[in-house]
Write a protein of this length. Sequence first.
Length: 749
Amino acid sequence: MNYLDSLNEPQRAAVINTEGPTMIIAGAGSGKTRVLTYRIAYLIQQKGVDPFNILALTFTNKAAKEMRDRIEKVVGTDARNLWMGTFHSVFARILRAEASKIGYQSNFTIYDTDDSKSLIKSILKELGLDEKIYKPGMVLSRISSAKNRLISWRAYMDNPMIRSEDEAAAKPHMAKIYKTYVERCFKSDAMDFDDLLFNTNVLFKEHPASLNKYQQRFHYVLVDEFQDTNFSQYLITKKLASVRRNICIVGDDAQSIYAFRGADIQNILNFEKDFDDAQVFKLEQNYRSTKNIINAANSVISKNKAQLKKHIWTANEEGYLVEIIKATSDQEEGRLVAYSIFENKNNNHLRYSDFAVLYRTNSQSRAMEEALRKQNIKYKIIGGLSFYQRKEIKDLIAYMRFSINQSDEQAFRRIVNLPKRGIGPTTIDKVVVTAYEQDISLWDVLVNANGFVGGRAGMALSGFADMIKGFRLEAERKDAFETASHIAKGSGLLRELYEDKTIEGLNRYENVQELLNAIKEFVDNPETEDKSLGAFLQEVALLTSVDESKDNDQDHVTLMTIHMAKGLEFPCVYVIGMEEDLFPSQMMLASRQDLEEERRLFYVAITRSMRKLTLSYALTRYRFGRLKNCEPSRFLEEIDPAYVMINKKMGSRSPVGDTEHARVLLKSIRRDQNNVPTNRSTYKAPSDFAPSDTSRLEEGMKVEHPKFGFGTVKGIEIQGPNRKAKVDFKDFGEKTLLLSFAKLKIHED
């Protein structure tokens, strides 16, 4: 019971009160992982619950592993029997066990984003649709949004409101694309990430016996980061817990920042309405940050209306005031931040790994990288091209996938002529089309290629099929490492990479060797029960970018977007680009809900810092190839001035911590907002200004806006239910407007 002694009173109460619906509101740095870990340990050790009867859902494999390791230290190896993992990994496990009930094989393939986009491109080509109008990324986003709201392709087709939205956006064939995409995935015995959630809902809805089986198995359901759940995830967890009602959710509404992925903050805000007998525990003591950082964060988040009331506090030291750096340009901003990092490291005997630079968009890293390189400061960008997204890795994994699942169209397309076998795109398309026209499997066409295709191409396809047969036999008899090694050699991929003696070729060869090392590590791990190639492929398919982040012991500054930083902490944090239209993003100013999400994102950025927080803004910045005049972010003014200091140029700082300082701060920021160099003319709309119906708005049209004046439409895009227009205004530059809110008058002449 010693572990309970390390908890404060609210934490202890949240651990030992295990029965019935429970909501644990866990503020930033309040020890939520410890509470969730000890609650599970308490269930096993003190309540005698079998680990097989506990389901714990997280958002990253890294978080799940960390929790399992902590629990194992308390209760021993029994912790390995927990049903613990990400939503996608746990539901994939359930779907593999129940696959036949919804028409899949248990070894179905999991498509990543690249696979899905590639399939959509093939569908667009076959349907004769223009990729410039139906951009694959946009199409995939639209389909993903529908699935997360549990709208099937049939429901999509039958919904007149959705269809009219597509018509208005000049994309009337979206429903046909969605239908074809689902059918092709099913034909390939493949699911994308959204399908893992969608099909679990289908399974539980259409097969009550399967639902009852898991309701009886899971006596306790625990969900981490509940504020990040979407409608589909919420519905599954609610169903699983509906019989025993032992559902425990842990989260912080103030850190709900993933609406663009479908996360719905209402899930946590309405939990007490859904479970009116829920116990609520608030973890309000922050163990991570100093008083000044916590107070600054509280002063910002207090501006949000939609929130669960709590007061985050800390017993830590007062610490440094939050520093604000003003720069004339993004290049100067990078230089000042780089110098500040160098200065702080040397003056305070820190390591570069103690520093993180956070930004709203990936494009902001360029100027920062240049400045760090000039200072000879090592850095690492989190969220760049991951190991498993590299071409040579995806090539070999595609071979492995097709050796396991011969219906996988995307894997087939990738590898059938790699290395070159004289099988061109026309032949590949003919194989796929024949399979659909004849209503037979892809594999049936391949093994009978001489009959369907004939000629030299048919012989090449038959040879390819014979090779895959050999790989399939290896996979059935041997473990993942032996099979993968055989495939790497037998496919010719390893030889082709080895023969490329360029630096890039050597790097690619070493990357493939590293993949084989990873598979060997997987097989040799005593905790790996299923050592098959199929099991390894599932694990890889479900990795997140956070799970792939390694080299944590290397001494380098970390650069990443704020979204990527959630859940992490650093002694010293710099948040750059604190400017209007950048942070808050111009795309998030259309509604109070969007603005409040941006404010929560800023709150997350602030609370990543343990000891020292620095915010910076520039008066000019290159964006979209143009030099833009910038205004300081409204969020800077929302911080209580008592916790802030201005650093206009290195070494020139304002007074700190008094009323005069507050006056200086506000005056300085407001002066920047009012006196930004500008070539903008003021525009006043005529008295008879009347907005047009924008449902017919198209690229190239001339429009008038009551604030921005005259401009030209550069593009129309759809993100989920929202239709947006990019407009280049003569005096105000390019703006992205949400058409449901924007008042635009179309000028036909």
